[in-house]
Each structure stands twice: as C-alpha cells, then as structure tokens.
Design a binder for this molecule. Structure first.
Ligand code: ADP
Ligand code: UDP
Length: 236
C-alpha cells in the first residue's frame, strides 16, 4: 500500500490518500489538544497507543456486527481504512456523569445513570462543536432521519460491547465520542478513533482517571495512564 498526498491534517491525526480511491491511511500523532485547541501539548507515545487501541476495539466491534472503516493495521502509527464522507456529528454516549454534562447541569461527576444517554455535537471547529438536536441536524441536512436512526442504534450497541469488554479489564466506560461516515454506496460505518483521547476511562476500583482528562486538567501521569490502558487491554 502506497502513501500518497496528505488529504487532511487534524489535531490528532493525518489522513493520506493511497493508490486506491476508496482507501486512505490514517497516521496518529503524539499532539494533544483540549478545549477546542486552546490547550496544546504532546503526549509521548500517544499516537502509537491510540492506533493500537483503536484497531483492537474496532476489530472487537466488527466481531459484534458493527460495520466500521477498519481495513488493516500497517505499522505502529498507521492504519488503512475505508475512505468515508464523515457525517458532521459527534455522537456522545454517557454512562456516568462527567465533563461537560456535569458542568452544564450543575451535578457532580460519578453519578451512574440507569440508562445511557446520547447527544450530538455539530462537528464544526469554527463554531466550537455546538450541541445540536436531531431536528436541527435534519434542518441543516447534516444527515437524513434514517441515517440518524442507524447511527443511534449503532452507538448504543457500541456502548454495550465496549462497556462489557472494558469492565472485564477493570475499566469503567464513563463516556465517549464516536464519528460515523458514509461509504460511496451510502452505507453508514463507524469511523475515526476510539481511544483515551475520545473516551473517559476510570479504574473500576479506585475511579482513577485513565484518559485525556489527565492532560485537560493537568493531573500528571498522562503517559502512564495511556500505557496502563494499553497494558490492560492488550497485555503490554
Ligand atoms: P480533528 O479533525 O477533529 O482535528 P483528527 O486530528 O483526529 O481530528 O483528524 C482526523 C480526521 O479524519 C477527522 O476530521 C475525522 O473526521 C476524519 N476521518 C476519520 N476517519 C475517516 C475515514 N475513514 N475517512 C475519511 N476521514 C476520516
Ligand atoms: N469528546 C471527544 N471530542 C470532542 C468532545 C468530546 O472525543 O471534541 C469525548 C470526551 O473525551 C469524552 C466525551 O466525548 O469522553 C464527552 O465529552 P464532554 O462532552 O464531557 O466534553 P469535554 O469535557 O471533553 O469538554
């Protein structure tokens, strides 16, 4: 597989074209940002860890009948994926209160919900990824009703599969963000990444944070937390 021109450079990854129209290569960087890019830094080794973790979890989801963009791991930092047109909605599922939910509603972190919640943000950096509901998403033609229904049902299924897998490795899945895309024939598949950058992971016993909140909140031990998640899920 040949890496051709850089199609897009984001905050955490680069996306390259390949000699095949329908495939691209995602390359994971060590760069870290938070608060819509206002806080910047480097988490040494993050790219390698997020690449490996995302691929592990994407394979797990494929085994559980969730269609994804994953094709093959190429090397430590790079993965071959199906090129999709990203649906510009960040899909956030929550099992436990934290982050912007706790802030918005004035509650403490750590409330375990009886049912998971779902919300969407409009993926638009200039606007700061504002919260959006499905009526507004339809009005803006970001997705069709059928696509939104499919995305919701996949997102809750992803939650069930990841929650039980992670719990088996001593990790509580607090919340996470997913992105979906359209293949050329219109099929919706899970895309982007699933990593400590995009999920909140807490140790099941101590509730220690094992995710990007260590970077966002200057808690220290950022690299160690990413390593710990990798050790628990991949055995090294
Ligand atoms: P951001 O754009 O938020 O800074 P990243 O640095 O992670 O994020 O950049 C990766 C970009 O690639 C994101 O915009 C994401 O939506 C997009 N992307 C993820 N998977 C695919 C895919 N399979 N095909 C095309 N684009 C993808
Ligand atoms: N998230 C993400 N990208 C974003 C916003 C949120 O990956 O642009 C993830 C975040 O890591 C967390 C979940 O989505 O696991 C919920 O984030 P929240 O809305 O609480 O926002 P934050 O506290 O990150 O501002």
């Amino acid at each position: 597989m040949e890496k051709r021109e850089l199609l897009y450079e984001g905050k955490a990854k680069k996306v390259y074209a390949t000699e095949y129209d329908g495939l691209c290569i995602v390359s994971y960087k060590d760069d870290a940002t938070a608060f819509n890019g206002a806080k910047r830094g480097t988490i040494m080794g993050k790219g390698v860890i997020n690449n490996r973790l995302t691929n592990r979890l994407m394979r797990l989801l494929v085994e559980n009948d969730i269609p994804t963009h994953y094709v093959a791991a190429l090397n430590e930092r790079e993965t071959l994926v199906k090129k999709v047109s990203i649906v510009p909605l960040e899909v956030i599922i929550r099992n436990i209160s934290a982050g912007s939910f706790a802030k918005r509603y004035g509650v403490e972190e750590g409330i375990v919900f009886e049912q998971p919640t779902i919300e969407f943000s409009y993926k638009n950096d200039d606007l700061g990824d504002p919260l959006i509901n499905s009526y507004h998403a339809l009005a803006l033609k970001l997705a069709t009703q059928q696509e939104i229904d499919t995305i919701k049902s996949y997102a809750f299924k992803v939650n069930e599969v990841l929650k039980s897998f992670l719990l088996g490795h001593g990790i509580e899945l607090v919340d996470f963000k997913l992105e979906f895309g359209r293949l050329p024939d219109g099929t919706i598949v899970l895309a982007d990444e699933i990593s400590p950058d995009t999920c909140r992971f807490w140790d099941v016993n101590t509730h220690e944070k094992l995710d990007k909140d260590r970077f966002r909140r200057d808690l220290g031990g950022v690299e160690d937390a990413y390593q710990e998640v990798m050790r628990r899920l991949m055995g090294d």
